[in-house]
Each structure stands twice: as structure tokens, then as C-alpha cells.
Write a new protein. Structure first.
Ligand code: NIG
Ligand code: FE
Length: 427
């Protein structure tokens, strides 16, 4: 009896065909595959490539095989497909807003002077402390909805508007609950060293002791924290205080990131790099030495153009030098009530190009592969690549993926797939 070898069987759950793929697997380019196909198995991408290279028999559902028969074939209708977007720096969990402060700034007050006079972050701390957990959840969910509609499938959420243990824990629980409610991947950062709370007025080192000795060990043991962040600046914390926070994070086994060089050069990015920080963020005042340290440590530069715009800043981050040094650049919304009250990552994409001179391909990499890297998720998401999560977006009306950065105030998101399943987003 002769045995003929059967074609290899693809036990995939779903196969997408007739898509233009921006895989984002190539540095500074889209990694385009025209007429591409993408297969999903067990919530992950199982195969990506040109449709003509699909393994033989991949499209033949085998009715005699219950596994193969389950595979669903989707026609993308020739649309562009990108990885799910990643917003890798947000303060989306907070209560209230600071529209009044915006008006003061328009009349000439500076962000720093408002902060020093007890407004600014302190105002949001008061509102966030006062809000019940469910109320905080609803306010934050309302801000998250527009990001979800733009195809955001992973988001980083910071604490830092509680400053006391209970309110920081409340914020972090809300962040986790948002992830569960909407089926998105949430990475939390504890930002205790964001501002000095009123109860520690005049005693910043005592507050840093509290952050390091009480809050970090306590929150780390609850599993509510994925990373530790700090604000190293004239109105934030000094380099030495930031270093102590990083030491405590290291003792707790948590990676670090830093709000660095936003308003002045504190050499914070180099400090962060010396702790192998996942990212240093803002960076308008970043020095050549800071760039070198980040490049050596593999620390991602997270650019926040909407905060730059909203503060009417004039000093841009050293993008050309970061590019030359090979520092990966991510782009995020910084969604917060004081310096960036936006809920559009596509707007940040546009502003990364118009204000900071990223190319559209760099900007898109900044909200996909490099944003994943800024969260330590480079082996989980951020590209259309076999083995990574099947998180992707189909876009309408695009001739090229560069149009995602070009359009202003327009959301061409057609459908979102998270973990291989169509996402239902709030309308
Ligand atoms: O990323 N710079 C410090 N933190 C935030 C702003 C916080 C606030 O003003 O509420 C930022 O810009
Ligand atoms: Fe921030």
C-alpha cells in the first residue's frame, strides 16, 4: 500500500487575506507586505507574509478535520492593517480637570508658577483623593473610550495623583479594572515621586523615605505595579531623590522609567539609563551625554508632542541626535489634566511629525514597536510578527500608512482585533 504524504496542515483559528500589512518589523519603515495574509492561533499571530506564499493547502478548510473546519477566513478588503496602537505614557486615571489653569496660562502664568502656588498637580491630587473608586473608574473610562476607538490595544497608566498609599492603590486598581472592562493590555507605573503632597510640605526627603520604604514595597507585593516612574525636575524631585526611588524599585524587582528633561536639564535621562530604565520621557532639554547614555543602555526615548504643544514650549527634543545615536523613539499622548488633556494618539502622531520632525514611519513605529519596547513588551506586541499577540487594526481610506500621521482630527479606524478576536469599542 503506498502512502502519499499529506500537505502540512495549518491548525489556525483564523486567517486574514487581502490586506496591505504595515508589519513595523523594519527599523524606520513600515515593513510593508502588499497583498498580505496573517494567521491567528491561540490569540497570537501564527503566520505573516504575502498571500502567494501561504503554505500549500492553507486556504482549504478540511471538512473531515474538526480542527481545520473551525478556521475562519476574513477578507480585509484591501485595507491597510497595522499592529494595535500602544499609548505608552498616560495619566488617564485622574479626577476632575484643570481648564481654569489653562485660562491662567493663556493670560501669562507659567506651568511652574501655578505648581509652586499650590495649583497644578496638587489640584488634581485633591480631586483624585476625594473621588470614590467607582467614580474615578467612570471618569477615566470616558477618557479611554476615544483612544480605544483609534485602535489602542495596549496602554500604560500611571498613578501619581494620590501620593498617599490608599489613593495610589485606588488609582492602580482603577487602571487594572479598565484593562479588564475593555479587554485591553494595561501596564501600570507607580509615580509616587510626582509631586510633594501637602502633608510633607518642606520635607521632600521624608516623603521620598515614605515612597521608598513604605509605598513601593507595599504596592509591589499587591501586584498592582509593573514599573516605577518619577518626575525629576525643578518642580519635581532632585536627581539624588530620584536615584533613591530607583534603588527602592530595584529592591522590589520593578523596572523604572522617568519624566526627564521636560522643563530643565537635570541629567535625569542618564541617571535613568544607569538603572537600565525602560524609557526616559519628554526630553526637551536632553543633552548629548544623556543621548549617549540612553543609546548605551537601550533606554527608549518617549516623545510627548501634545504636552510640548499644550505648554506652548519652544524647545524641541533633540530628535536628529536621537535618531543618529539609534535611540528608539516612542510617541505617546501623556493624557493628563495639566499639560496634555488629549485623548487622541493619532493627534500625537501628527504632532510628532509637524512639531518634532519625525517621519510618518518613525511616528507609527513610535506608537507600535517602540512603544512596546518602552513598556518592556517587545516580545508580546507592537509588530505584525509570528509569536506576538494578534492585536491589529484595519484602517479605512488609506493609500499609505503615512496618512495616519497626515490626517488631523480624523479617525479612519475600521475594525480592531485584540487577541485574535474582534474588539467591541464603546461608541
Ligand atoms: O507628564 N511633568 C509631570 N507630569 C505630567 C503632568 C502632570 C500634571 O500637570 O498634572 C506630565 O506632563
Ligand atoms: Fe507624564
Amino acid at each position: 500500500m503506498s502512502v502519499r504524504s499529506a500537505p502540512p496542515r495549518q491548525r489556525w483559528d483564523a486567517l486574514w487575506v487581502n490586506a496591505q500589512l504595515a508589519t513595523m518589523t523594519v527599523a524606520s519603515a513600515y515593513g510593508t507586505i502588499m497583498d498580505g495574509a496573517l494567521a491567528v492561533k491561540d490569540r497570537r499571530i501564527a503566520w505573516v507574509g504575502p498571500r502567494r506564499e501561504l503554505p500549500a493547502g492553507a486556504l482549504d478548510a478540511r471538512i473531515d478535520d474538526p480542527d481545520d473546519a473551525k478556521m475562519v477566513v476574513h477578507d480585509a478588503g484591501g485595507r491597510w492593517m497595522t499592529p494595535g496602537l500602544i499609548d505608552c505614557h498616560t495619566h488617564i486615571v485622574h479626577a476632575g480637570n484643570r481648564a481654569r489653569e489653562f485660562e491662567l496660562r493663556l493670560k501669562g502664568a507659567s506651568y511652574e508658577s501655578i505648581e509652586r502656588e499650590g495649583g497644578g498637580i496638587a489640584a488634581t491630587v485633591a480631586a483624585t483623593r476625594a473621588a470614590a473608586e467607582d467614580e474615578l473608574l467612570e471618569q477615566s473610562a470616558a477618557r479611554l473610550a476615544p483612544l480605544l476607538r483609534e485602535g489602542v490595544t495596549t496602554i500604560e497608566i500611571k498613578s501619581g495623583y494620590g501620593l498617599d498609599l490608599d489613593t495610589e492603590a485606588k488609582m492602580l486598581r482603577v487602571a487594572r479594572r479598565l484593562g479588564h472592562r475593555f479587554g485591553i493590555r494595561v501596564r501600570t507605573s507607580y509615580l509616587g515621586a510626582h509631586a510633594l503632597p501637602r502633608e510633607f510640605a518642606g520635607r521632600p526627603d521624608a516623603y521620598v523615605d515614605f515612597v521608598c520604604d513604605d509605598v513601593i514595597p507595599s504596592l509591589a507585593s499587591t501586584g498592582l505595579v509593573d514599573a516605577v516612574d518619577a518626575f525629576c525636575d525643578t518642580i519635581g524631585f532632585t536627581r539624588a531623590q530620584t536615584a533613591r526611588v530607583f534603588e527602592a524599585a530595584q529592591r522590589a524587582g520593578l523596572p523604572v522609567k522617568l519624566h526627564a528633561e521636560q522643563l530643565s536639564d537635570q541629567d535625569g535621562a542618564a541617571l535613568a539609563a544607569s538603572y537600565r530604565a525602560l524609557s526616559a520621557d519628554h526630553l526637551e532639554h536632553l543633552s548629548a551625554a544623556g543621548i549617549e547614555a540612553m543609546a548605551a543602555a537601550g533606554t527608549v526615548a518617549v516623545l510627548l508632542p501634545t504636552a510640548f504643544y499644550f505648554l506652548r514650549d519652544t524647545r524641541v527634543p533633540p530628535v536628529a541626535a536621537l535618531r543618529k545615536a539609534g535611540v528608539p523613539m516612542a510617541v505617546a499622548t501623556d493624557c493628563n489634566p495639566g499639560t496634555s488633556p488629549t485623548t487622541s494618539l493619532l493627534l500625537a502622531l501628527n504632532m510628532a511629525c509637524t512639531l518634532f520632525r519625525l517621519t510618518p514611519a518613525e511616528a507609527l513605529a513610535g506608537v507600535t514597536r517602540h512603544a512596546a519596547h518602552a513598556l518592556g513588551l517587545q516580545n508580546r506586541c507592537g509588530m505584525l510578527q509570528a509569536g506576538l499577540a494578534a492585536d491589529f487594526v484595519l484602517w479605512d481610506d488609506l493609500e499609505s500608512p503615512g496618512e495616519l500621521a497626515y490626517r488631523l482630527g480624523y479617525n479612519p479606524c475600521h475594525r480592531i482585533v485584540r487577541g485574535g478576536t474582534f474588539a467591541v469599542v464603546p461608541s
